[in-house]
Design a protein around this ligand. Structure first.
Ligand SMILES: *[C@@H]1O[C@H](CO)[C@@H](O)[C@H](O)[C@H]1NC(C)=O
Ligand SMILES: *[C@@H]1O[C@H](CO)[C@@H](O)[C@H](O)[C@H]1NC(C)=O
Ligand SMILES: *[C@@H]1O[C@H](CO)[C@@H](O)[C@H](O)[C@H]1NC(C)=O
Ligand SMILES: *[C@@H]1O[C@H](CO)[C@@H](O)[C@H](O)[C@H]1NC(C)=O
Ligand SMILES: *[C@@H]1O[C@H](CO)[C@@H](O)[C@H](O)[C@H]1NC(C)=O
Ligand SMILES: *[C@@H]1O[C@H](CO)[C@@H](O)[C@H](O)[C@H]1NC(C)=O
Length: 326
């Protein structure tokens, strides 16, 4: 009995040492990716005679299916374009290339085949070319971060078709054209959205009137005209940064949601005066500097606790913390 047990154990150990969990298709694709980058030091653990599920860095297998579900490569010396082969890892849920300034070229459209993707981060690379229109096929995607690249072209309106999108960050690129009309009508929940540091132009679409963004950063673009549709008593926005654009509208008429905690509109062409209602925003951090506002800063709430630089360089704003009105 004991002998049988020991021989079974030995058999078991033997079979373990000769089998691996790694799916052969996934392994082949990962080795192609390694080869594409010229066998970099960063991927030195990716060896054909070891198990990708247990011995390779930067990847993770699903514990039940053993398919590759995560590929995350960051902060290292890697050069070249992102290979189309990343689109051949059909069970990927997380794909990340981050802080690799020698990664250049376009975003491979094959990424749109990864229908199980939940999180896609391609940030602080040197990517060029457009944001693929086909990303709208990613029906499970919750996080899309393409920040700090040199992407160009306009924002595909189809991005609003992603029903699960929760974080959409396209900031610090070279994107042009308007904010899509479709951003007034997301298929699912409304994401927190950052489009700052681009070259976006034109008017903010009136359709955004319908949309309750909890977080907006449109700063440092060339947006013009009205932005009052972003506000209103029934919205639940927390943080809104519209600074350094060409926005031009009457602030007196705007009603701000009482959920607002951060509002920065510095360096625009906003006119009118600061509405009295703003004294009711108990957690507000505000910056309206470098605009064309006039009249007395209403007394109360947080408004007098802010530094004078939150208000300076306007046409004729007055009252504490600025000089008193004449
Ligand atoms: C990028 O590539 C250049 C030229 O090959 C090299 O000198 C540099 O160290 C690389 N930088 C990084 C962060 O990999
Ligand atoms: C990548 O971008 C950085 C800064 O954005 C720049 O200094 C560098 O030359 C770029 N590298 C390549 C290979 O384009
Ligand atoms: C952005 O685009 C403009 C015009 O297309 C170009 O001149 C500029 O070099 C680009 N900037 C970056 C950082 O890619
Ligand atoms: C806000 O909601 C109230 C109650 O549902 C409604 O009567 C009002 O018209 C709404 N106001 C705006 C500006 O949408
Ligand atoms: C801004 O709107 C207020 C309130 O409707 C109005 O009294 C004021 O004249 C407007 N200011 C300008 C400069 O149009
Ligand atoms: C407001 O923004 C201006 C312009 O960027 C800046 O100089 C100032 O320090 C800011 N003040 C506050 C209180 O945020």
């Amino acid at each position: 009995m004991k002998a049988l047990f020991i021989s079974l154990l030995v058999l078991n150990l033997l079979s373990l040492s000769f089998s691996e969990l790694c799916n052969p298709h996934d392994k082949k694709v990962l080795l192609q990716i390694k080869n594409h980058f010229g066998d970099p030091y960063l991927l030195a653990s990716w060896l054909s005679d070891t198990d990708c599920c247990t011995s390779w860095n930067a990847v993770e297998c699903d514990p039940t299916t053993n398919r590759i579900v995560s590929l995350r490569i960051f902060s290292g010396d890697l050069s070249g374009e992102i290979p189309a082969e990343v689109g051949d890892l059909p069970y990927l849920e997380t794909l990340e290339f981050h802080k690799l300034t020698n990664i250049t070229g376009p975003i491979p459209p094959s990424i749109s085949n990864l229908i199980h993707l939940i999180s896609l981060r391609l940030s602080r690379l040197n990517l060029t070319g457009p944001v693929p229109d086909s990303f709208s096929k990613l029906k499970n995607l919750r996080v899309l971060v393409l920040s700090f690249n040199s992407l160009s072209g306009s924002i595909p309106s189809s991005l609003a078709l992603m029903p699960e999108i929760d974080i959409l960050e396209l900031d610090r690129n070279n994107l042009t054209g308007p904010i899509p009309e479709s951003f007034g009508n997301f298929a699912g929940r409304v994401p927190g959205i950052s489009l700052s540091h681009n070259q976006l132009s034109g008017k903010i679409p009136a359709s955004l009137d319908n949309t309750d963004f909890r977080l907006i950063d449109f700063s440092r673009n060339k947006l013009e005209g009205d932005a009052s549709m972003l506000f209103g008593p029934n919205k639940t926005s927390g943080s809104v940064d519209l600074s350094r654009n060409l926005l031009e509208f009457n602030l007196s008429k705007v009603v701000f949601p009482n959920t607002l905690t951060y509002l920065d509109v510095n360096h625009n062409k906003i006119f009118g005066s600061i509405p009295t209602q703003m004294t009711q925003l108990n957690y507000l951090s505000l910056n309206v500097s470098y605009n064309r506002l006039c009249g007395q800063i209403p007394q109360g709430g947080k408004l007098q606790t802010l530094d004078y630089t939150a208000y300076f360089h306007n046409r004729c704003l007055c009252g504490a913390p600025l000089a008193s009105c004449k």
